[in-house]
Design a binder for this molecule. Structure first.
Ligand SMILES: C[S@@+](CC[C@H](N)C(=O)[O-])C[C@H]1O[C@@H](n2cnc3c(N)ncnc32)[C@H](O)[C@@H]1O
Length: 313
């Protein structure tokens, strides 16, 4: 029904079955997309450049591309299977069942695929000649080179706290290089992601409430002021005092992620030491005792970005 109503009719589209590097055309488009392809080509940067060169000014570029940190755990998982199976397919399948059961359970549940197809997907990716993922900073460098403003992304990579008014330009692409570490900070979460965001945020909300509740009380006292309002100075002072007491309590949104990263790094140290020995029992022991590494979602598999290039005046 949707396709009938909105889908392109015959003659309104053209399929060109070619490598991106052999595609020759002077045509530019309002929307250019690329879903999970750029990092599988022989040169990710060149593939991105070609895509961006076919974008009109005023248009949107939508690359879906994995992130080096987000995919670290899956890369490590593939390396582990390859290293221990020494490239033998049957052994790789049995080891995947034995060592990655939690990952397989989740993929089966959410991806609605059979266990066998998931195992072969892992296998396929590690025999794939190219999976070369960029960091957030690299993607933004490409954006800046093509005068692309980050319009949106999922997950968000913009800093959690921004306060310029809407009339001001949002963070301009010319500044990306200078704030690349701040814009890359979400990679910590991509790297260690284990649980659903909502569960992590619910736990953090209690800490935020300590500051937000008294602050809400203060801002409410000065809200909806009219010439008739008689300000209760005593109440204002009391509320400021409550706010002052609450900010003595150090709330840091990033602290829980840093503390998880600390544990994650210790686990990575142990597992790579075990892998170096190639002793399966040792690898199993370290895997069984890990709290973050190879647990839950095992990092983040894919990132979406939307870039916008402004029209020239
Ligand atoms: C993970 S698949 C994604 C396929 C599809 N876009 C999707 O979302 O299901 C990666 C694709 O990249 C394609 N690919 C690799 N190198 C390419 C190149 N140089 N030009 C065009 N496509 C390429 C592969 O043929 C493969 O189909």
């Amino acid at each position: 029904m949707l396709f009938k109503k909105f889908g392109a009719k015959k003659g309104q589209f053209k399929i060109v079955n070619k490598s991106i590097f052999d595609y020759k055309s002077s045509q530019k488009h309002d929307i250019v997309i690329s879903l999970g392809v750029i990092h599988h080509t022989s040169c990710k940067e060149k593939a991105f450049d070609i895509k961006a060169q076919h974008l009109k000014d005023g248009g949107f570029l939508v690359p879906e591309i994995g992130n080096k940190a987000g995919v670290f755990q899956r890369n490590a998982q593939r390396f582990l299977l390859q290293h221990l199976s020494e490239g033998k397919e049957e052994r790789m399948v049995s080891l995947t069942n034995e060592l990655c059961s939690e990952y397989l359970d989740r993929a089966e549940k959410y991806g609605k695929r059979t266990r066998k197809s998931i195992i072969y997907d892992i296998y396929d990716i590690y025999v794939n000649p190219k999976t070369d993922l960029p960091s957030t900073a690299e993607v933004l460098k490409w954006f800046a080179r093509h005068k692309l403003q980050l319009y949106s992304s999922w997950p968000p990579i913009m800093p959690a706290v921004l306060a310029d008014s809407a009339e001001r330009d949002p963070l301009p692409y010319q500044s990306y290089e200078k704030i690349k570490n701040i814009l890359g900070l979400a990679e910590i979460a991509f790297l260690i992601q284990r649980d659903d965001d909502i569960d992590q945020l619910k736990a953090l909300d209690k800490g935020a409430a300590v500051i937000m509740e008294p602050l809400e009380g203060l801002t409410s006292l000065l809200n909806n002021i009219t010439p008739e309002t008689r300000l209760d100075f005593g109440a204002v002072q009391k509320q400021i005092k409550a706010c002052k007491a609450s900010v003595n309590n150090d709330f840091n949104l990033y602290a829980p992620y840093i503390s998880k990263l600390r544990k994650f790094l210790v686990e990575a140290e142990v597992i790579f030491k075990a892998l170096e020995t190639r002793e399966l029992d040792l690898v199993k022991k370290s895997l069984n005792s890990s709290e973050f590494l190879f647990r839950g979602t095992c990092g983040l598999g894919m990132n979406w970005y939307i870039g916008h290039r402004a029209k020239k005046n």
